[in-house]
Design a protein around this ligand. Structure first.
Ligand SMILES: [Zn+2]
Length: 119
């Protein structure tokens, strides 16, 4: 699972690919008066920056497949991470449980006299 996570992490981007129609930089172009004359649709990666601002990156059509794969890798990586996290949590539960058992078995003296005792 770590190999998979690493593979995904190497390409993952945090966003979703949407199609947008844009106005160009030429003020005299029709796209500035009529939304129907806007250019596109182009693929565009929408994402929320760490500061919470919604922003995006224009994607050239020839990079679309690659970028869609990268966006999918993000959620796949997330799923793997959630699974790893649950496994770690289950690990912790078992360790705590066996620790409690071991302490109960060794009796009161070892439990309270050890360095894990009162602080
Ligand atoms: Zn235009």
């Amino acid at each position: 699972m770590f190999e998979e996570l690493q593979r995904l992490a190497e390409i993952a981007i945090p966003g979703t690919v949407v199609e947008v129609r844009l106005r160009c930089g030429t003020p005299s172009c029709g796209c500035h008066r009529d939304p129907a004359l806007r250019h596109g649709p182009y693929p565009y990666v929408k994402y929320r920056s760490p500061s919470g601002r919604s922003t995006g990156v224009y994607v050239p059509r020839e990079r679309e497949v690659e970028v869609r794969r990268a966006a999918a890798a993000w959620s796949e990586a997330w799923e793997v991470l959630v699974m790893l996290g649950e496994a770690n949590l289950e690990d912790l539960r078992q360790r705590l449980r066996s620790q409690r058992k071991a302490r109960a078995r060794s009796g009161r003296s070892a439990g309270s006299a050890g360095k894990g005792g009162k602080r």
